[in-house]
Design a protein around this ligand. Sequence first.
Ligand code: FMN
Length: 162
Amino acid sequence: MSNRILILYAGKYGCTEKAAMQLQSRLDGAEVVNLRYAKVPELAAYDTVILGGSIYYGRIRKEMAVFTAKHKQELLKKRLGLFICAGMSGEKGEQELKQAYPEIIYNKALAKEVMGDEIYPDRISLLDKWVLRMVKGKGHKTGSGLSQDKLERFAFAMSAGE
Ligand SMILES: Cc1cc2nc3c(=O)[nH]c(=O)nc-3n(C[C@H](O)[C@H](O)[C@H](O)COP(=O)(O)O)c2cc1C
């Protein structure tokens, strides 16, 4: 069975991009597209679509919200995987993941994960640094990292059927 995979992502400082690349390296032949800068290829050409975005102020990046709202019907025909990069974990992270994507898409996805977070002190704006300290507390300077276990599990679920 053919399984052409497209990974679409929207992030701000690079964590989501890194997660997307790490998934790509685990999924033979998968293509990766940054929603912010690149033209999205025709979805009709893909069997599997993975969507990933980071969370700011409780919401997924706008490019992803706009994309999923616009392409909801087409996305529903795909094997779907959804992930977020977020500072929150546990129940709060799960809640953010659920709210990040339209409900009908969330319910249909074969894999859903909160992948973790990474903070890059030399890239992040002063304002964002300050807000982040409010969100995560003082001790968190680098984030808790991307979970390799979750990335592995997610990639496995997406590749099954190849
Ligand atoms: C200004 C700001 C606001 C944030 N708000 C949230 C939030 O509401 N919930 C959350 O889980 N993480 C929040 N985070 C953490 C980011 O989601 C996390 O750092 C993520 O790894 C960023 O990924 P990116 O570099 O791909 O944008 C926030 C980070 C910043 C800088």
